[in-house]
Ligand binder design. Structure first.
Ligand code: OGA
Ligand code: NI
Length: 320
């Protein structure tokens, strides 16, 4: 089976025409059955995307590559004779946009790169909010519902993880990024249009998320699974390493604010609701220690403080 044919690709420009209903249905099906979809005609200027890609690759060569190679040496990873399960083959740095930007605190970024990332971040923030409203529409929630839940008292948390996955001599020995679900809300990923690597777990099989020029990959985090009471799913994904080519990926996480209260929406909840209610920051404290484990024990543990401490002793939750 050619799996790439089935991977949901949504042409957002069709939302303005007679194929609106089918397009909304495609998004809904992707949210229910894939936890992932890829969007095209999303309104981000292609020249901005090209520019961001070019500058990210230059920045890696100039400011990150040496550090990555030093890390390999210090961890004894140059040879890769046995399987490595506690390190990821990735080079990353983080930009925070909301609630406060740290863009001007990051060393080694050119003014041009900063300006492009600021513009890129703002546009992705707007796109994330538009997508949340499309989800609300599909879920029968009032417009703005998800944005409001994510707001807390300080507004959402929005940040960008800039990654490079350098070529790896032993792809079978180490992952670029180990399998996990994302903790937060909605994730917008601008990935390399040539070098693949991202895979999602569907019905027990790892399926490639195909590179597609100028597309943005969308996936849903654990919080949307909780708020939708499991109607939508956060899905396990990972990055595999490649022998050839350096894969760039720029993942932007639109998450609830730290004090946002998360619980299943009342219209989606049922008597036998299985999802917990909690403050987002408490979930993140738990997640920090168990990111590469399945989500179900996290949801379970959030129902009581003792279980949280058992799963991750470092995450003390005082609010229960
Ligand atoms: C992540 C992630 C995928 C990628 O950072 O959570 O899944 O392709 N990244 O970089
Ligand atoms: Ni992820």
């Amino acid at each position: 089976m050619d799996q790439t044919i089935k991977f949901p690709v949504v042409n957002l420009s069709k939302l303005n025409g007679e194929e609106r209903d089918q397009t909304m249905a495609l998004i809904n099906d992707a949210c229910e059955n894939w936890g992932f979809f890829e969007i095209v005609n999303h309104g981000l200027p292609h020249d901005l995307m090209d520019n961001v890609e070019k500058m990210t690759k230059e920045h890696y060569k100039k400011s990150m590559e040496q550090k990555f190679n030093d890390m390999l040496r210090s961890k004894g990873l140059e040879k890769l004779e046995t399987e490595v399960e506690d390190v990821d083959w990735e080079s990353t740095f983080y930009l925070r946009h909301l609630p406060q930007s740290n863009l001007y605190d990051i060393p080694d970024m050119s003014d041009e790169y900063r300006t492009a990332m600021k513009d890129f971040g703002k546009r992705l923030e707007n796109l994330a909010e538009d997508l949340l409203d499309l989800l609300c529409e599909n879920l029968g929630l009032e417009k703005g519902y998800l944005k409001k839940v994510f707001h807390g008292t300080k507004g959402p948390t929005f940040g960008t993880k800039v990654s490079n996955y350098p070529p790896c001599p032993g792809p079978e020995m180490i992952k670029g990024l180990r399998a996990h679900t994302d903790a937060g809300g909605i994730i917008l990923l601008f990935q390399d249009d040539k070098v693949s690597g991202l895979q999602l777990l569907k019905d027990g099989d790892w399926i490639d998320v195909p590179p597609l020029n100028h597309s943005i990959v969308i996936n849903l985090g654990d919080q949307l699974e909780v708020i939708t009471n499991g109607k939508y799913k956060s899905v396990m994904h990972r990055v595999v390493t490649q022998k050839e080519g350096n894969r760039m990926s720029i993942a932007s996480f639109y998450n609830p604010g730290s004090d946002a209260e998360i619980s299943p929406a009342s219209s989606l909840a049922s008597k036998e609701t299985e999802y917990p209610s909690f403050v987002f920051d408490d979930y993140m404290k738990l997640y920090a220690g168990v990111k590469f484990q399945p989500k179900e024990p996290r949801f379970e543990a959030m129902k009581n403080a003792t279980a949280v401490t058992e799963l991750n002793p470092a995450a003390s939750v005082e609010t229960f």
